[in-house]
Design a protein around this ligand. Structure first.
Ligand code: HSE
Length: 422
C-alpha cells in the first residue's frame, strides 16, 4: 500500500478537523483509495490543542524547517490562515517539491502569482479546494467535471456569516447590528467581522473561482465589492412584497469574452434556488454552455466540512503527485474586463407627497434611459412618503447617473437604498 506522509500547519478549528478525519477515516481511505495517509508532523505552538486531540508531542514542532527537511513528508496541508507566516511556509514547501494543500482563500487570492511560481519551480502540486465554499467540492466540479464547457456564469452564496445574518434579518425581522451580535455569540462571526460583512472573504473566493472558471487570472482588484452593513429590515420586507429574497452574492460572468466579477447584496427571485439557501449554508449556481445549470449546496465553513475538502485534496495530491492543474494561463488584460455591468435595480427613496412628484422622478429616469418596472408607495406620513421602484435591466453607470439627477429634484428628500436585482 502506498504510504503518504503529511504535515499539518495549524491545529485550530480547520486543522483540528482535518486531523480528526485523517484518524477516523484512515481505514476508509486505505480501502477505497489504496493510500495510507500518516500525519508525520504538526506545526502549532499550542500544546493544549494537540493534547486535546491526543497527538503524540513528538510529532509537534514549532519550526517549519523540521517539516521542509523531512523527506518522509510529501504533502503539507495549511490551515493557519492569513498572509504571514503562511505565505513563506507554503513557498518554502512548494520550492522544496512538496505538494501543498491549503484552505487559505486570502493567501490564494492575494498571492496567486507567487504561489504558482513556487509550485512551478518546485514541480509541486498546489491544491486549494478548501479555500472556497468549505466542504462543497466546487473546485473539483469546475476543474474535473466541467471541462467540456465554457462557463458562462457563476452566482453564489459563498459566505456563511453574512448568509446567517441576512437570514436572521429576513426570518425574524432582527436589525443588522443585533443579527451580527447574535452571529458573534454563536461563533459564526468573528469579533472583528470586517472580512465577512464587508465582502472581502467573498471577493477572495470569487477571484479564485472565476480564475478557474475562465482559465486566466482574475485578480482581486478586478472584483467589485460591497458588503451588507447598510442593509435594513425595511428593504428586506419590501423585497418580500415583491417576491424576492436578499442575499450577499458573489457573481462572475463571461459575456462574449468580457469578464465581470462582483460581490454585493442582491435580491433574487423567490423561485431561484439560491433564495432558499438560509442560515450559515453556502450554495453556488454554475451555468455551462453544454451542461446548462448546476447547483452545489453545503457547509462553507467549520472543522469537519472544511477538513473534508482538505483531506480530499490530500488524497488527490497523493494520487497525482506534481502539479495536476495548470493554473498559469496568464492574466486577463484590462481590456478583457467589462467596463460596466447590467442588472435590474430596487430603489427606495423618501419623497414629498405632492402631486406631480412621481411624474418628475419617472421623467428623470426616462431621460437617463432607465426603464421603470414597478412602483410601490404606502405609509404616507407627515407629507412625505417612501416610494420603492424596481427597474428593467440597465447599466450600472447609467443608473448612477440617473440617481445623481433624481437626487437633484426638490421633491426627493433622499435616496435611502439602492439594491441590485439578479
Ligand atoms: N468566514 C467564512 C464564512 C468561512 O463565513 O463563510 C470561511 O471562509
Amino acid at each position: 500500500m502506498k504510504k503518504t506522509g503529511v504535515a499539518l500547519l495549524g491545529l485550530g478549528t480547520v486543522g483540528g478537523g482535518t486531523y480528526r478525519i485523517l484518524q477516523q477515516n484512515r481505514e476508509l481511505i486505505k480501502k477505497a483509495h489504496g493510500l495510507d495517509i500518516e500525519v508525520i508532523k504538526i506545526l502549532d505552538r499550542d500544546y493544549n490543542k494537540s493534547d486535546a486531540l491526543n497527538v503524540d508531542r513528538a510529532k509537534v514542532t514549532f519550526d517549519i524547517d523540521d517539516i521542509i527537511s523531512d523527506p518522509s513528508i510529501g504533502i503539507v496541508a495549511e490551515a493557519i490562515g492569513g498572509i504571514n507566516p503562511a505565505k513563506s511556509f507554503l513557498i518554502k514547501a512548494l520550492e522544496a517539491g512538496k505538494s501543498v494543500v491549503t484552505a487559505n482563500k486570502e493567501l490564494c487570492a492575494k498571492c496567486w502569482d507567487e504561489l504558482n511560481a513556487a509550485a512551478k519551480k518546485g514541480k509541486a502540486g498546489f491544491y486549494f479546494e478548501a479555500s472556497c465554499v468549505g466542504g462543497v467540492p466546487i473546485i473539483r466540479t469546475l476543474m474535473d467535471g466541467m471541462q467540456a464547457n465554457n462557463i458562462l456564469e457563476m452566482k453564489g452564496i459563498v459566505n456563511g456569516t453574512t448568509n446567517y445574518i441576512l437570514s436572521a434579518m429576513t426570518q425574524c425581522g432582527t436589525e443588522y447590528s443585533d443579527a451580527l451580535k447574535e452571529a458573534q455569540k454563536l461563533g459564526y462571526a468573528e469579533a472583528n467581522p470586517t472580512a465577512d460583512v464587508d465582502g472581502f472573504d467573498a471577493s477572495y473566493k470569487i477571484s479564485i473561482l472565476s480564475t478557474l472558471a475562465f482559465h486566466k487570472h482574475v485578480p482581486l482588484e478586478k472584483v467589485y465589492r460591497e458588503g451588507i452593513s447598510s442593509i435594513s429590515v425595511e428593504d428586506i420586507n419590501y423585497g418580500k412584497e415583491l417576491g424576492m429574497t436578499l442575499k450577499l452574492l458573489a457573481i462572475a460572468k463571461n459575456n462574449g469574452g468580457k469578464i465581470e466579477a462582483r460581490v454585493h447584496p442582491a435580491f433574487v427571485d423567490n423561485a431561484h434556488p439560491l433564495a432558499t439557501v438560509s442560515g450559515s449554508f453556502n450554495a453556488v449556481h454554475l451555468l455551462g454552455d453544454m451542461v446548462g445549470d448546476i447547483m452545489l449546496y453545503g457547509r462553507g465553513a467549520g472543522d469537519l466540512p472544511t477538513g473534508s475538502a482538505i483531506v480530499s485534496d490530500i488524497v488527490y495530491a497523493a494520487n497525482k503527485g506534481g502539479a495536476k492543474y495548470n493554473y498559469n494561463n496568464g492574466t486577463f488584460k484590462d481590456s478583457d474586463f467589462a467596463g460596466d455591468f447590467t442588472c435590474k435595480y430596487y430603489i427606495r427613496m423618501n419623497v414629498s407627497d405632492k402631486s406631480g412628484t412621481l411624474g418628475k422622478i419617472a421623467t428623470v429616469f426616462g431621460k437617463n434611459k432607465v426603464s421603470l418596472q414597478s412602483v410601490l408607495q404606502k405609509d404616507v406620513k407627515d407629507g412625505f412618503a417612501p416610494i420603492v421602484f424596481t427597474t428593467h435591466e440597465t447599466g450600472e453607470k447609467n443608473m448612477q447617473k440617473a440617481l445623481a439627477a433624481v437626487k437633484e429634484l426638490d421633491s426627493v428628500i433622499d435616496v435611502a437604498a439602492v439594491i441590485r436585482i439578479e
